[in-house]
Design a protein around this ligand. Structure first.
Ligand SMILES: [Zn+2]
Length: 181
């Protein structure tokens, strides 16, 4: 498994393309500027099957629609408690960005303990509420931050820990609600 990190858009939001040894790929968050993610994937012949939003604020779901248009079969997944944020510009705070963001509705709702499959590996969904009710983190033992640093696919993740969470996938504090807990 490899984790390719991006910092995108005017707010410097992190996003990731996670790839498995067998060529499967998933995207984690879709900030403004996600055309770079599309170009990255196209250059490698990757067709992501899953887009996970770590939470539902506009800066992380900004390009959900763009990615869905590029890859119509991609499934959008989000923590269950954040599902309503995707399609509600007022709930996802996009007016704070001077935008009016309505994502396509989620295809899959995630709960603590769920697993998202990526080729021969799976990432565990960890509920990490606070910043939003439905915020999630993803954990894989396959990476330098996990107990299996060499990874199931034999490739370590460059520059990224096994945890992808609100510390690595963060909002700009002036643009998102502050964590309540
Ligand atoms: Zn946020």
């Amino acid at each position: 498994m490899e984790i390719h990190a991006f910092i995108l858009g005017g707010y410097g939001v992190s996003a990731y393309v996670v790839t498995a040894a067998d060529g499967e790929a998933m995207v984690i968050d879709a900030p403004e500027g996600s055309q770079a993610i599309i170009e990255f994937c196209e250059a490698r012949g990757l067709v992501p099957h899953l887009l996970v939003n770590t939470h539902g604020h506009a800066d992380h779901i900004y390009a959900n629609r763009l990615l869905k248009e590029r890859w119509p079969a991609i499934e959008i997944a989000v923590g269950n408690a954040d599902a309503k944020l995707l399609t509600s510009p007022l709930r996802n705070l996009s007016p704070l960005m001077g935008a009016w963001i309505k994502s396509p509705p989620p295809d899959r709702l995630l709960e603590d303990g769920d697993r998202v499959e990526l080729g021969s590996v799976a990432l565990e969904v960890l509920a990490t509420p606070g910043h939003t009710k439905g915020g999630i983190s993803l954990f894989s033992a396959d990476g330098p931050g996990g107990p299996n640093p060499n990874g199931a696919g034999g490739a370590s993740a460059p520059g990224a820990a096994g945890y992808l969470n609100e510390r690595s996938v963060t909002c700009q504090p002036t643009r998102c609600t502050q964590p309540s807990g």
